[in-house]
Design a protein around this ligand. Sequence first.
Ligand SMILES: [Mg+2]
Length: 189
Amino acid sequence: MFTTIKSFDQIYIDNTKKTLIICDIDDTILTLDVPYDKINNFIKSDIERQLIDKNNKQEIYRRYKEYKTYYKLINRHSYKHTDKTGFQNMEKKIHPESRICFLTARSVKYHVKTIEDLNIIGLEGKKYNINYTENIVTKGEFIKNFMSDEVEEYEDIIFIDDNHNFISSVIAHVPKIRCYKFTIDDYMN
Ligand SMILES: [Mg+2]
């Protein structure tokens, strides 16, 4: 079971409980600041050229992600926060002994860059504990194997990610964690 959200404001916080929030980075807390109109135009012409079904949202979203990467490479666009207000509200709402940490599939060799990326979106990157799965294990396996002390220590644990497979792995390995799927759907706006 997980809940789909578009803002961190939609996460249920019980501020009487010492809470650990485990948050993904890419496409959950930050996303590329790219010209969506240009990408959308690309997709539109692609649909016309290749007769892609306009209603096939999965395929369109896959292409959107491809184009985002493409734009990142050629234009070197930087990052923006997905929901700064919602995230700040969540930080204010939680019990004082609570903690927010990040869990990313990035490689630990990008630790310095990851802190810089968080700084770009207005967070104090070095304030947060950042965990790296390096795509060697799933996030569920990582939490179960490497974060078991924290899982015991906190009364409530929240996991937020945009990736369905990672959420499924957390549900399978650490069922006591409340999971949220963060979605950015401005690609069709
Ligand atoms: Mg992600």
